[in-house]
Structures are given as C-alpha cells and as structure tokens.
Design a protein around this ligand. Sequence first.
Ligand code: GDP
Length: 301
Amino acid sequence: MADGFLTRLREGLFKSRQNLSGMVDDAVADHRAVDEDFFDSLMDALILSDMGSACAEEALTRLRAKVKAEGVKETARCRAMLQEILTDMLDVEKMPLKWPMVILMVGVNGVGKTTTIGKLALRFQGLGRTIMLCAADTFRAAAADQLAIWAERAKVPLVRHQEGADPAGVVFDAVQAAKARHADLLIVDTAGRLHNKKNLMDEMEKMRRVIDREYPDATVRCLLVVDATTGQNGLQQAKAFSEVAGVNGIVLTKLDGTAKGGVIFPIIRELKVPVMYVGVGEGIDDLQSFNAKEYVAALFD
Ligand code: GDP
C-alpha cells in the first residue's frame, strides 16, 4: 500500500518536484553559508510552490529557530530540517471512521467531486462496506447523470430525484433507504454553487437537519474537494465553503496535473482540518489516503 501510494504520488507530483525540490537543491548548492540570502532563496522556492507567504514565513521562522538552536552551519542540513518542518505543518490528526456514516461532499463544480465519490464508493466497498449514493445536487441534471454512471460502475444504489427537486428531500429519501438497507456509508453529492452563498448555506443546513433528525446514530462528515491545479483559488474556495458548510476534512484532487503541490499548506493552516485523501488521476484506483510524511517526501524526493 505504502509503495503504491509513494509511486503514484511521485508520478503525480513529478512537476511539483521540479519546482520545490529542484529549487531547494539550487538554494543549497548556491549558498555556502546559512545566511539571509540562503533563507531568501528558500522563501522563493516555497512561494513558487503555491504555499502562500504566510505559510512560507512560518516554515522559515521555524527553520531559523532550529538552525540557531542546533548551531547548523551547512546549508545541506537545512534541506532535511525544512522537510521535517513542512511535514509537521501538514500533520493534522485524521478523524476515525465510525459507522454508520454520512459524508456530505462539497466543492465547486469541476474540482472532481463526482469522480471522488465514485472512487470512495469503490474503496469502501473493497473494504467490505455497504455503500449508498445520494444525488443532492438537483440543480444540474447532468450532475445526477454523472453520479449514476459511477454508481453503476461501483454497483452501488443511487437515490435521485428529478431536476429542481428539494435537495433535503432527496437526502431524506436516501437516509430512509440507507437505514432500511443497513448501509455503512451514505455519500451525498451536493451543489457547488458558491456564487449564491446564502442559498447554499440554507441548503446545507436543511440537509444537516434532516440527517440529524432522521439518522441520529450516523456520524456526519463534510469533506471539501479542492482541485490542486487551481492554486491560491483553492484556498479562497476552502475559506468560503468552511463558512457555509462546516468542513471537517479535505480531498485534494488532480495532483497529477499540477506543477505545484503547496496549496495544501495554507488550506490546512486556515481550516485546521486534516487532508483525508488525494486524487492522483482520473482512474477509479487513483485515490490515496493522505500521509503528510509521504506527501512531503514526494515533494522533496
Ligand atoms: P465535479 O464537477 O466536481 O463533480 O467534477 P468531476 O468529478 O466531474 O471531475 C471533473 C474532471 O476532473 C473530470 O474530467 C475528471 O475525470 C477529472 N478528475 C477528477 N479527479 C481527478 C484527478 O485526481 N486527476 C485528474 N487528472 N483528473 C481528475
């Protein structure tokens, strides 16, 4: 499992490595002394990897303190120290799995929400769990159609209503079906219309109320899907969704398609929630559990 994870992540982050790893290597090679000039070069490398200035500053402040405390004189030693600091910054404890569970998937259209739902359904099915899907994005008929394709592929039941139906109504039916079938996991696809925040917030609250009332035994989680290729936009989306939906975990998709892997740092810093999974391709197997150490190792390899 760990081997597969590392290989895929490394393949996915290949372009990121050319940036962060290559630039850190250059900084180390170009500087003999651990001085301000060296730290400036590291700062550039971190910022160019989409980490944002606040996270880059934090990483360097910690590095400076460590360098001072340990009396480090060689720039080469700073590479491993930086790697350790970045790992620590991403290491937020994951939530335990607790069945039965309802996962509300949120995120703007196009980030890979539906694909991730399909991958998750297959993943948990492979672990012997019974899964149901719910198409609560009733705004776009295409969204439910796409979800239906994944449901068929994963051979899991899907609850859907017609276009324009009340999302909370679909959730109500899906919850009844999940209880009747003793499903372990119900994954709910929600609308990604961030431009109408008030509507989206009302819609999310209504769905939550239905789940809390009809399914009090269930653990409810809200996972935000973020497209790694959107850079700092991903951070803006994360902030907005955490305001409307009470996000408690992140899925970072399309790491195979980005030259940078740093946007995850400001998102974690801002939301203070763990990254649960990463998407490294369009295939059904291309979803991996997130591991901070392996992620940063892949960035630095
Ligand atoms: P949604 O609108 O958020 O539901 O997004 P979709 O699930 O429809 O995905 C949008 C596009 O992104 C599709 O073409 C997917 O195949 C693609 N996609 C999703 N996840 C990944 C990933 O991890 N890597 C790559 N390369 N593409 C992905």
